[in-house]
Design a binder for this molecule. Structure first.
Ligand SMILES: C[S@@+](CC[C@H](N)C(=O)[O-])C[C@H]1O[C@@H](n2cnc3c(N)ncnc32)[C@H](O)[C@@H]1O
Length: 265
């Protein structure tokens, strides 16, 4: 399964694998499971954010494809495949829809076949969000996406792994600057607004293992959309963004993730 030359750092938790564990997947190691279980002691709702996040991702992609005609996506911080993935949703609307998936974790690369549809219109790039230029200039992006036509930029549950010292606002601005007007940003981000102590504890578990996690308050998350036109109903706790069911949503404090979709004018 794994490239023997790649160090997966199985001795410490990785966000992609912890997330997969919380989603009920089977791609994780002991360190990931231990971190997730420890997190659940501080925050018993830990499985809710990943589940709601995947649902938001799919609703946002379907909305962009069906309602706004977007047929090419750049998905940074993809995670371990968990079908339906972005191309499944986008191609259900536009059969030839193009997707470039980007993640810096070698475990995602090891499972990237789950992200490829075999026709070359979906590609995987192992690269870092912290280096937007390398992503934008990569052959994967240049050969797959037409940057003269609107693109859906997906930054779903990834920016809370960028610390303030990494200037996440500049990273988003640089990515958006490369996309033409009419492009969209779909973004979700963990918040400590509702359960600050629980999220401080989870952040501390990651910090002790050398992983940066920075939950942000609603106004800090709103800043990522500066200069863009927010699609109604704006920045919401995820289940309140274009809900598709009449079932009562989980409490905001259990979800603790805000998300929105916005258009570049
Ligand atoms: C919580 S998962 C979210 C996965 C997916 N976007 C979703 O919403 O289901 C975060 C992903 O972001 C990736 N990630 C974190 N920091 C990154 C960075 N600097 N560059 C690229 N990927 C990163 C992790 O490896 C992980 O796969």
């Amino acid at each position: 399964m794994h490239d023997a030359g790649v160090d997966l750092h199985t001795d410490r938790p990785h966000p992609a694998r912890v997330y997969n564990y919380l989603l009920g997947g089977d791609v994780y190691f002991d360190a990931d499971r231990d971190a997730a279980e420890q997190g659940m002691k501080s925050n018993p709702h830990s499985r809710v954010p990943p589940r709601e996040n995947r649902a938001f991702l799919r609703r946002a992609v379907r909305f962009l494809a069906a309602e706004r005609g977007i047929d090419q996506f750049l998905d940074i911080g993809t995670g371990i495949p968990s079908p339906p993935n972005v191309h499944h949703v986008a191609q259900s609307v536009h059969p030839g829809a193009r997707v470039v998936y980007v993640d810096h974790d070698p475990i995602v690369l090891a499972h990237a076949e789950g992200l490829l549809d075999g026709t070359g219109v979906t590609r995987f790039l192992k690269a870092d969000l912290l280096e937007p230029r390398a992503i934008l200039e990569s052959p994967e992006v240049r050969e797959t996406l037409d940057l003269d036509r609107p693109v859906g930029l997906l930054l779903i549950a990834v920016l809370h792994f960028a610390g303030d010292d990494q200037d996440p606002y500049a990273l988003v601005a640089e990515l958006l600057a490369a996309l033409p007007p009419g492009s969209y940003l779909a973004l979700s981000h963990l918040t400590g607004d509702f359960a600050p102590e629980a999220w401080a504890a989870v952040t501390e578990i990651y910090r002790r293992q050398g992983v940066t996690m920075r939950v942000r308050a609603k106004p800090e998350i709103a800043r990522f959309f500066a200069g863009l036109e927010l699609v109604e109903p704006g920045l919401q706790v995820l289940p309140h963004w274009h809900p598709e069911t009449d079932e009562p949503p989980p409490p905001d404090g259990a979800v603790s993730v805000y998300g929105a979709v916005a258009r570049k004018p």
